[in-house]
Design a protein around this ligand. Structure first.
Ligand code: SF4
Length: 700
């Protein structure tokens, strides 16, 4: 049976496939007088086939029991009627074909019903792991470095042209009249090492982008990007990041391109994008979707009791580039996040506001973790960042001292972890300059004395191609001062190709970086082109990532050996060698679900008429949630794309899709436990159970 052929079959070919390969199901439908007969017959059929396991029986039972029921789909907030098996019944039974129902629905069901005939496609670990990994290039490979040197030369010449034509004479990046081309080149080469130069020279239009990419963008892409320009979508590419992109097809850079070039669905939807995370919608005086009461102004976002996100009113509301599947595209659309760097300088009122935001953290009984993000936390200037970190330090100290006068069991959670969320290690690693390192070092040294123990740069490398010698140098500088680096990526189509995520984990581990989350793309229409189904993430977890898994005991052992040590790279690599594992599976594959948070606990309950799976999710029971979330039992999410369409996409990228054959059978999954290294350190006292800043009932 050739999957590659089946995903391109037309309706009649699919129908005859059912007849040949699934005779019991086909004759059951053919001989049933009604859908009700069919569903009763199907229940009997799965009972008779004693070789079917309980999970499979329960999958089919769910498809039967949800058929004709309506569910509330959380991301679109629509009521959806599930008619999966009714569509199948009508398709097989009737001569006339209802072409409004996608054939991808029947293809998915075909694979799901194969086990009825003992025709199983096995799930197995990728034993040929090396073959899969070795096909992916790293930015540290010599041939890739050579290509990038060529790119850099080409881009520097274009930058010289750009500076010469610049009308803005206030810019500090100017040439004196007397300079020769060679002297200008040397000057730009020196400026290249300074991140401010890249921000100042950022490329902001499709035509300029094409020019800087050696006119390698097709007419189709250019037409699409022109539409984006007309819709005022922001464009922001640093010369450094563009130098990573391949312009002569000498290596596969799809993971880079597809992450920064906008798809037609994204452009079409831009202007009407909704917030995926409902808890990000903050209305004054009202609790958010997770029940948290938050200060006005939208600077604090919160989903869980222990942690809150701080988004400052600074340049931190910008990024080093716009990721095409940005989780905050909604905020770029409203210009709350933007690339007008000069307008984002903090206003005088910011200091006062920062003070009152700190009061929120100080007076909260449960928060122990602050994630400073944006946008991008490191887009803020050093002085601004130092000011924020100093405020956090003073607040944490006050919170620590206030506990002295509280009874045991009444004490508030003290700040234990401070994180800075930044993708600049990938977009613009020059940002990690000596002054920033000094600020981070000083903050850590004094904060350790008041009980903060974990200092983390939470970064985002999407592909090993982003790990360049410059990024490596920045990683080394950060690790040397005792800050940790964790990585989270967006599991889009490009990086979902077999072995890609393993290669990234390996490269990160070799530098001392710990993978933290592999996030599925959020399922809104704007992400259609880049969406990779949840079952692919589950497949990756079980067939690829599994090769880097260690026991809970070993994880605790590793945690102990890492505690307080700056040489994480050496400790980690010794550990991998000793355990003889190719990488550390420290990240969790999850979807960020509106309102209920990160989870991978799901089961398939239906397939829409467009072939997308409908999943019933539960929240991650291994972590603390707001009491509201604990009361929510199930959440329903309709995926964005059918599995057949995803496989056709992989096929167009020249993937051997027979290697993905078991994808259909990832119909349920459990959220992984949080890796030991990422657990919060404990207290030597008991904190209060009282939850503050929380409102039990959400007003209508
Ligand atoms: S760096 Fe983060 S916030 Fe900025 S565009 Fe990318 S995903 Fe969005």
């Amino acid at each position: 049976m050739n999957i590659k052929n089946i995903i391109y079959y037309d309706y009649l070919e699919i129908k005859s496939l059912y007849k040949i390969e699934l005779p019991s199901l086909f004759s059951l439908i053919a001989n049933s007088n009604s859908y009700s007969d069919f569903s009763t017959g199907l229940q009997t059929l799965i009972k008779e086939k004693d070789y079917l396991d309980s999970k499979y029986r329960s999958l089919i039972s769910e498809l039967i029991s949800y058929n004709s029921k309506s569910i509330y789909e959380l991301s679109s907030q629509e009521k959806i009627k599930i008619e999966t098996l009714s569509y199948l019944y009508n398709f097989i039974k009737n001569e006339d074909i209802d072409r409004s129902v996608s054939k991808d629905l029947y293809i998915d069901l075909f694979f799901l019903f194969l086990p009825l005939e003992k025709k199983l496609i096995h799930k197995e670990k990728s034993l040929k792991l090396d073959t899969f990994i070795n096909r992916w290039d790293s930015g540290l490979d010599e041939n890739i470095q050579d290509k990038r040197e060529e790119n850099k030369k080409r881009i520097i010449n274009l930058l010289i042209e750009k500076i010469e034509k610049r009308k803005d004479l206030s810019s500090k990046y100017q040439f004196e009249d007397s300079l020769s081309h060679n002297e200008k080149y040397i000057k730009v080469e020196k400026w290249w090492e300074n991140y401010r130069f890249h921000l100042s020279m950022a490329i902001k239009s499709p035509n300029e982008l094409n020019k800087f990419l050696g006119f390698s963008l097709s007419k189709e892409i250019m037409d699409t990007l022109s539409l984006a320009k007309k819709k005022n979508m922001p464009f922001f590419y640093t010369p450094y990041y563009l130098s990573l992109i391949c312009v002569d097809n000498s290596f596969d850079d799809y993971s880079l391109r597809s992450y920064v070039l906008y798809s037609s669905e994204l452009i079409e939807t831009y202007g009407n994008i909704k917030a995926w995370e409902r808890e990000d919608i903050i209305e004054e005086g009202k609790p958010n979707a997770a029940g948290w009461l938050l200060p006005e102004g939208g600077n604090i976002h919160r989903r869980y009791p222990e942690v809150a996100i701080l988004i400052p009113d600074t340049r931190g509301r910008a990024c080093g580039g716009l990721c095409a599947s940005c989780q905050r595209m909604y905020d770029f659309q409203s210009s709350r996040l933007n690339f007008n760097l000069s307008n984002l300088a903090p206003k005088e009122s910011w200091d006062k506001k920062l003070h009152s935001l700190m009061n929120y953290f100080e007076n909260d009984t449960q928060i122990r973790d602050i994630l400073l993000t944006g946008g991008d936390a490191l887009m803020s200037k050093n002085k601004t960042l130092k000011n924020i970190l100093d405020s956090i330090y003073r607040m944490a100290k006050r919170k620590h001292l206030a506990n002295i006068n509280r009874e045991d069991g009444e004490k508030y959670a003290e700040i234990k972890r401070v994180r800075l969320g930044s993708r600049l290690l990938a977009y613009l690693p020059m940002r990690i300059d000596d002054e920033l390192i000094e600020i981070l070092k000083e903050f850590r040294e004094k904060s350790l004395k008041i009980g903060i123990e974990q200092f983390v740069i939470q970064t985002h490398f999407q592909t090993p191609l982003e790990i360049t010698p410059k990024a490596k140098e920045s990683i080394e500088k950060i690790l040397a001062i005792g800050w940790r680096i964790t990585n989270q990526l967006v599991y889009n189509v490009a990086v979902s190709r077999k072995g890609h995520n393993i290669k990234l984990r390996q490269e990160l581990n070799s530098l001392g970086v710990l993978p933290y989350y592999t996030f599925s793309v959020k399922g809104f229409k704007e992400n259609y082109a880049v969406y990779s189904p949840i079952s692919r993430s589950a497949q990756e977890k079980n067939e690829e990532k599994v090769l880097g898994q260690i026991s809970q005991e070993k994880s605790i052992q590793l945690l102990k050996s890492l505690r307080g040590k700056p040489n994480i790279k050496e400790i980690l690599n010794d550990f991998l060698n000793k355990e003889n594992i190719p990488f550390l599976a420290s990240d969790r594959n999850v979807l960020n679900i509106p309102a209920i948070g990160k989870s991978m606990t799901f089961r398939v309950i239906g397939i829409s008429k467009y072939g997308q799976r409908i999943l019933e999710f539960e929240h991650d029971s291994t972590r603390n949630h707001s009491p509201i979330i604990d009361d929510i039992k199930h959440v329903y999410i309709r995926e964005n794309k059918s599995i057949a369409e995803y496989l056709r996409q992989l096929d167009s990228l020249k993937e051997d899709i027979s290697q993905y054959a078991s994808i259909w059978y990832y119909t349920e999954e459990e959220t992984e436990k949080c890796f030991g290294v990422f657990q919060y350190p404990g207290y030597n006292f008991n904190t209060t159970k009282r939850i503050s800043n929380f409102q039990e009932t959400i007003p209508n």
